[in-house]
Design a protein around this ligand. Structure first.
Ligand SMILES: Nc1ncnc2c1ncn2[C@@H]1O[C@H](COP(=O)(O)OP(=O)(O)OP(=O)(O)O)[C@@H](O)[C@H]1O
Ligand SMILES: [Mg+2]
Length: 410
């Protein structure tokens, strides 16, 4: 049995149920604001899941190499290793405001200290990736297929939140995300993502601080769910909001599973702004040729599960067609995953983001201008980093195709 905590307080227990399922029950009594998800309000009846974990509990389970590594380390003892076991390993350090411990355990969120400067300056050279994975795998309750860890650099976090001095309580949990890449699979992925995020920033979208290490091997992101005092905001991805499992992240449409779902969860006063931001992000993904904009690559954030939710900052933007030339969209638009034309995007914005034709035209233009703005920066970086040059060339070509087909009216 596992105990779930929200905002540092006990909220309920998760246990296995029958052959393959799990059940979650809230403590009685427990305040409504302890709810684990906007989709799972406090109630007496338990929340049962026939297979695996409820989407909110499954949300941050590592995928890819991080999951495999943890599985290998922990499966030895028990012989088998399922999602419930994985949650028990990475549960105390997670993206968002929920934590998990053993049923009798107290909460200890402490993550080892790791200097972000050391990562950015590539002080450990090629050994860094393996070193960090070794040290931080079990405190990395974070989803995604690419190799990554959660680390804690308190000093850096204080600087970035503008606190200016040591604040109390001191940071104990993770403050940054470090993403790596496999040279044989996705060469220069960190730099690719770095420049895509730069375009997003130029579009006026909310992007957390992102930095590329000197050797281009690591992308360091500030956690956008971290508050200045060291506590964490609520975060839910669109798999959770659609009641889907992680393995269903490529199932759905931008119309219903993304835009309409956002409008259902954000507060009425933010609906117009957030719909427009989300439309901008979807148009940007088309222009960047990011074929991996699935349900886990969008999210919402909130301070109070019963209060106002907003579209989360932007993350995980990559020109995927550099690695997979035939890649298409992760979800459907107008019933197809084909990259849309500008007219299709225009209609989508007008009907689904409820914006005026001229506003939508402006947004498409803004995305186009942002690509044009960032391209010279991409070129400059490629000049100084020869390993990135071939990827940069392909990115430029892909952005040009994206701009011509998905943004330019005509
Ligand atoms: N800056 C951030 N602050 C807090 N949480 C974040 C941040 N960036 C990403 N996340 C969370 O971490 C998860 C994994 O990050 P990301 O999507 O960048 O990894 P990935 O391995 O590239 O994903 P994918 O499997 O989609 O390729 C996201 O789905 C989101 O839940
Ligand atoms: Mg992702």
């Amino acid at each position: 049995m596992l105990k779930a905590w929200t905002d540092g307080a006990e909220t309920g227990f998760i246990d296995r149920l029958r052959e393959r399922g799990t059940t979650f029950g809230y403590l009685r009594p427990v305040e409504a604001e302890r709810a684990v998800s906007m989709t799972m309000p406090v109630r007496i009846q338990s929340w049962d899941t026939a297979f695996g974990l409820a989407p909110i509990f499954e949300m941050n389970l590592p995928e890819g190499i991080l999951r495999e590594r943890i599985r290998l380390a922990f499966a030895k003892a028990t012989g088998s290793f399922d999602e419930f076991d994985l949650l028990s390993v990475v549960g105390r350090s997670q993206v968002g405001r929920i934590r998990y411990t053993g049923a009798e355990e107290a909460l200890d969120e402490e993550v080892p200290f790791q200097s972000v400067d050391e990562i950015l300056e590539s002080r450990r050279g090629g050994e860094l990736y393996r070193y960090l994975l070794e040290r931080f795998a079990t405190s990395s309750g974070i989803s995604g297929v690419q190799p990554k860890v959660l680390v804690r650099d308190e000093v850096d976090a204080i600087a970035l939140t503008g606190a200016g001095r040591r604040v109390s309580p001191s940071y104990r949990g993770a403050t940054h995300i470090v993403k790596f890449w496999e040279p044989n699979e996705f060469p220069q992925l960190a730099a690719n993502e770095y420049f895509c995020l730069k375009v997003a920033e130029r579009c006026g979208l909310d992007v957390p601080r992102y930095r590329l290490s000197d050797d281009g091997m690591a992308l360091v992101l500030d956690r956008f769910d971290l508050r200045p005092g060291g506590s964490y905001r609520g975060f839910e991805d669109f798999c959770v909001l659609n009641a889907r499992r992680t393995d269903e992240k490529y199932r759905g449409s931008y119309e219903t599973s993304v835009l309409k779902r956002l409008q259902q969860f954000v507060s009425p006063s933010s609906q117009a702004d957030d719909s427009e931001s989300l439309f901008t992000l979807i148009a940007l993904n088309c222009a960047l040729r990011n074929g991996d904009a699935h349900l886990k690559n969008f999210g919402i954030c909130y301070d109070d599960v019963l209060g106002e939710a907003r579209l989360a900052p932007v993350y995980d933007l990559v020109t995927t067609t550099v690695y997979m030339p035939r890649d298409s969209m992760a979800l459907t638009l107008n019933g197809t995953t084909r990259w849309p034309g500008a007219r299709e995007l225009q209609r989508f914005g007008e009907t689904r983001a409820f914006s005026t034709p001229s506003r939508i035209r402006q947004i498409l233009q803004r995305v186009s201008d942002a690509l044009a703005d960032v391209t010279p920066r991409l070129n400059d970086y490629a000049k100084d980093h020869s390993a990135f040059a071939p990827i940069a060339k392909q990115m430029r070509e892909q952005w040009e195709v994206g701009r011509e087909t998905s943004l330019a009216a005509g």
